[in-house]
Design a binder for this molecule. Structure first.
Ligand SMILES: [Fe+2]
Ligand SMILES: [Fe+2]
Length: 248
């Protein structure tokens, strides 16, 4: 093996904000962009739980879950915001933004929720899609991002588990299946949109710099195949992956 090949095979690791300053602008701007989108998504997640889901149930236990999981999402926001602050990027403006004003996170999934079936699917599907992305970020070349992920992933797995239990419970009645199928026509495409626009140049740039493992389309297809199987096992009807998408 030549020396050049040996060097190329060594994974990039950027340990600190100081080392980040010495990286090319493309790398730095991707780190900032990825963290901004993540921080914004977490804040919107917190808002979903206490501004949307909370008002869709009369069950005190479910209201309590909404409050508890919103606390997790705010903690996840804070972890990303701290990493950004360490590199001179202040995200405090996001706190006072409404759901419709947030522009980094490329999905409509977090901006509205019309009923309890959609609430179930947002946790069961959208938060599971977030887990796939976070598992890639857990191996990030920027070490503060990698270090952020294990705690966030642990929480998100519980959030998805709760979404699964609501979905499974609803799927046990004919009426519930109909409500879930109806919700899937909206939530399936917006979940797949969560992975980003396949045409975005950032898709390959993230992979090139070790900030992601997979391009947007590959990550989306991998998620869709797995999620479709699980939904069908509950007796649900999953729309085609191309239907009603904001972008492909
Ligand atoms: Fe989160
Ligand atoms: Fe979550």
């Amino acid at each position: 093996m030549s020396q050049a090949e040996t060097v190329e095979a060594t994974p990039l690791v950027v340990e600190t904000p100081e080392q980040l300053k010495d990286m090319p602008e493309e790398y730095r701007s991707l780190v900032v962009r990825q963290l901004m989108a993540h921080a914004e998504g977490e804040l919107s997640g917190a808002d979903d739980y206490v501004k949307l889901f909370y008002f869709l149930t009369e069950d005190p236990y479910e209201k309590k879950v909404c409050c508890e999981l919103a606390i997790d999402e705010l903690d996840h926001y804070q972890r990303a915001a701290d990493i950004l602050m360490d590199i001179g990027v202040d995200t405090s403006f996001m706190i006072s933004q409404g759901l419709d004003e947030r522009a980094f996170y490329a999905t409509e999934a977090v901006k509205s929720c019309q009923n309890w079936a959609e609430r179930a699917l947002i946790s069961y599907l959208v938060e599971d899609a977030v887990i796939d992305v976070l598992e890639e970020m857990a191996e990030s070349s920027y070490k503060p991002i990698a270090d952020m992920c294990p705690k966030v992933l642990k929480d998100e797995k519980l959030h998805v588990g709760h979404g699964f239990r609501i979905t499974r419970q609803m799927s046990r009645s004919e009426e519930g299946v109909a409500e879930l199928n109806d919700a899937l026509t909206r939530m399936w495409p917006v979940t797949l949109d969560t992975f980003g626009n396949s045409d975005s140049p950032r898709s390959e740039q993230y992979v090139k710099w070790g900030l992601r493992k997979r391009g947007y389309q590959e990550a989306r297809e991998r998620f869709a195949a797995r999620a479709r199987t699980k939904l069908q096992a509950l007796g649900l009807t999953v729309p085609a992956d191309e239907d009603n998408r904001k972008f492909l």
